[in-house]
Design a protein around this ligand. Sequence first.
Ligand code: SF4
Length: 453
Amino acid sequence: MPSLVQIKSKRRLELDTSVKSSGIQLQPGMNICQTDLPIDWYQEDFKPYVEEYLALPDRTPETVLPWMDRYVVPALDHFGPKLMLLAHYYMGGEIVKLVERYGGRIADSYELALQADKRPEVEIFVESAVHFMAETIAILKHPHQQVYITNPKSGCTMEALAKEDMVLPLFDELHDRYGQDLMVICYMNTSGRLKALAGRTGGAVCTSSNAKAIMEWAVQQGKKIFFVPDQHLGRNSGRKVGIGDDETFLFGGGWEGANTRLSSLSAAERTRLDHSRLLLWGSFCGVHTVFSTWQVQHWQAQGYKVLVHPECTVDVVEAADGAGSTKYLWNALQQAKPGDKLAIGTEGHFVRNARDYGKQHGVTVVNLADVPGATMGCGCATMSRNDPPHLVAMLDLLRQGKAPALNRVEAGDAVDEVTGHRERLDEQSRADIAREARTALETMIRLTEAAGL
Ligand code: SF4
């Protein structure tokens, strides 16, 4: 009989290195959460946990962690490897540090989306980030898996300016005009319903890390591209594949885009629309559009390397020393050498975490917007609506078998970020959305892997 060592050596193991530790550390005495929302904003079931949290004497790890441990550790013991905690790098309130402390994973939206497929042993994903990220996991999940979000009201302002009801009227007009020549490319920051629209037109989803590769592929198909929702990522990616401003047509975002009728465009505008290869929905991220070229020049003049996210405006991206996704920015930080100086233009909590990480490794990190007289850089307020009491309540209620139905995420769900009301589609419509959105997501994954990204 072969020894156990021999048996083990014959096992085929696949090492998943897609999600690495962020390297962010909890420090004694640090402030754990700055986002204590009014108690009225929490779900009823969550309020008892919030009351306990608000009654804690301070927010240091020494105080908050023992309180969290009381609820989180029994839940982790109860579910074991069947439960996985996930969070995005933009989470504020040190939640990324807490999620990692409890064995969870921090990733960008692309890596988060892959987790259901990569972790078939996991039956319950608990996500602390925005709704479209949780919904994407729900679209790609296996039938035996469930996805929960710690705060369903955690939305994305860019996505909020590109709801299905806003985009579909314009899409219908464009489709009437261009038919099969029109392809939708959806940024990850969209609802599953719009990702399904991309799938229906033979298009794909993209993230900031693969947008160029997806755009290149779309151009090769010889299609007219309708890029939704971020005008800046669309324009920046279009430029990278040779689509200039003269071949790009910008619509309004939100209700402005929704109310645009092609018949109301001037003849010259319609001619330009016909000649454009890239049509942009006019949404944007308020967090990423506060940066200006003079801030870039300010830090470059002081010897800083400026790195920005491609949701920034095109002039900022072109003035910077580098631009790329959240993963690109974090990798650049981890590869920086002691003495390096980085000015980073992206979401504020990310930059703050980067600054803390840099301090531990001799790298100076500043927020690109931290220039006297500038508009301050800011964090993603909606993502930060997932705080320690949300995580604690979600896990404790799950352990008790009392998880609120509202927190369970399914393909096609639409949540009103203000009221928290959720619109869930019937089973057949959910299945249709999941199938079509999955097609668009799988195209993205195939192209991303083929490009070695
Ligand atoms: S940072 Fe901007 S684009 Fe990203 S989730 Fe927040 S609001 Fe949306």
